[in-house]
Design a protein around this ligand. Structure first.
Ligand code: FEO
Length: 392
């Protein structure tokens, strides 16, 4: 794809990765992704904001063919999907300087073996003049790594946010057209990438309140011409109370746990509580992550295998612990044959979650009437707990 003009002397460059289905060998990409770089031509100097995944370096080099000179490569984030083509760009423009944070400089040297003399480091709030355009660097740690920053183009009021506000979507749309589609992708992205650092990201959001932003140009997904759409979404995900929902990742081997799950879901629905139920054998783990953004309660459903939880349930607990959602309550339902330490193992796996653990309910073999009553009681307790903290 050729460079695409955004506005006066500002161009999108980059590549759309239609076929990629996994990020960091971990995160599902059902809609592919893209890596956006941006070229800013000032009256005196030219800057390239971020680069692309090294697998796509040739596309960026093709787009740069008509560019005479790059003075600065702005590196907002050291992860290779944005920095990995810096060595290729430096080969073509050896006089270019990489402008970044001190922390990112160290990481880029370690990750890419870029020579130290290629760097200019900047401070939080630092300015860089391109002549008639001025870049301001705003440190925003942990969007997604500790060294991350965003770049604000003062005259055009564009925020180049790199991972912050990004979405994994392969699209030919330069701008957000379908907000509903982008909302889901951005929420998935937030859940998987940003949610673990929610409290720090809250501070970064507040920091951006001082800027007049007319456009947000992330390095994944389309550009926001209505910044309030994504900023308000982030505010909801970060600051608002959880919603009256239960997220229920489960796995069942011989249907006992499934029967417990079905009965439990019906009991919750009767009480007006929403449920997002995920069979871990077939689920897209990103959908589970999305549901964790809002859920007030997490319930893990598992049979007992070799004296402990099923490995897929362990994965769900581990993932929930890593992502640190704002859930308030957690419990376990499931089944066992003759014994085991399912509850102890799962309960010990969630130290990051600030949740109250509600008494689990496990059936011995196929659930009977008393098990179903116990599961209804659990649904009732959850309903009461939600009401007690004003979640309706
Ligand atoms: Fe898109 Fe953290 O890299």
């Amino acid at each position: 794809m050729k460079p695409r003009k955004i506005t006066n002397q500002i161009y999108w460059m980059g590549s759309v990765d239609w076929d990629r289905r996994l990020f960091d060998s971990l995160i599902p990409l059902p809609d592919g992704t893209g890596y956006n770089a941006y070229l800013i031509k000032g009256s005196d100097k030219t800057a390239l904001v971020d680069t692309v995944d090294p697998a796509m370096a040739n596309e960026l080099l093709y787009q740069l063919e008509g560019v005479d000179k790059i003075d600065y490569i702005i590196s907002n984030h050291a992860e290779q999907d944005h920095s990995g083509s810096i060595p290729h760009v430096l080969s073509k423009f050896p006089e270019a300087k990489i402008v970044t944070t001190t922390k990112a400089k160290g990481m880029l040297i370690e990750l890419l073996r870029v020579p130290e003399e290629s760097f200019i480091t900047i401070e939080d709030g630092g300015l860089l003049s391109l002549g008639d355009k001025t870049l301001k660097f705003i440190f925003t740690p942990w969007v997604h790594w500790p060294e991350t920053m965003v770049t604000y183009l003062q005259e055009d009021k564009i925020l180049f946010s790199c991972d912050f506000f990004g979405s994994h979507i392969a699209t030919s749309n330069l701008y957000v057209i379908d907000e509903g589609r982008v909302y889901e992708a951005a929420k998935r992205y937030y859940a998987e990438i940003m949610m673990p650092f929610r409290k720090i990201i809250a501070k970064n959001l507040k920091k951006l309140e001082f800027y007049d932003i007319e456009m947000i140009a992330p390095s994944h997904g389309p550009i926001y011409t209505r910044p309030s759409f994504i900023i308000d979404a982030y505010r909801d995900w970060i600051f608002n109370a959880p919603k009256n929902t239960v997220v229920l990742p489960y796995v069942s081997m011989h249907k006992s746990t499934k029967l417990m799950v079905d009965h439990f879901v019906a009991a919750l629905v009767e009480r007006g509580i929403g449920v997002d139920q995920f069979n871990l054998v077939v689920t897209d783990i990103g959908k589970l992550a999305i549901s964790l953004v809002d859920a007030c309660t997490i319930i893990i459903g598992t049979p007992t295998v070799l004296a402990g939880p099923h490995p897929l349930a362990i994965y769900a607990a581990f993932l929930s612990n890593m992502l640190r959602p704002k859930a308030k309550f957690l419990s376990i339902i499931g089944s066992y044959g003759w014994g085991g330490k399912t509850i102890e193992v799962l309960s010990g796996m969630i130290p990051n979650l600030k949740v109250e653990i509600i008494d689990p309910v496990l059936s011995k073999g196929l659930p009977n009437e008393s098990d179903f009553k116990a599961i209804e009681h659990l649904a009732e307790i959850i309903s009461m707990k939600h009401k007690e903290i004003d979640i309706k």
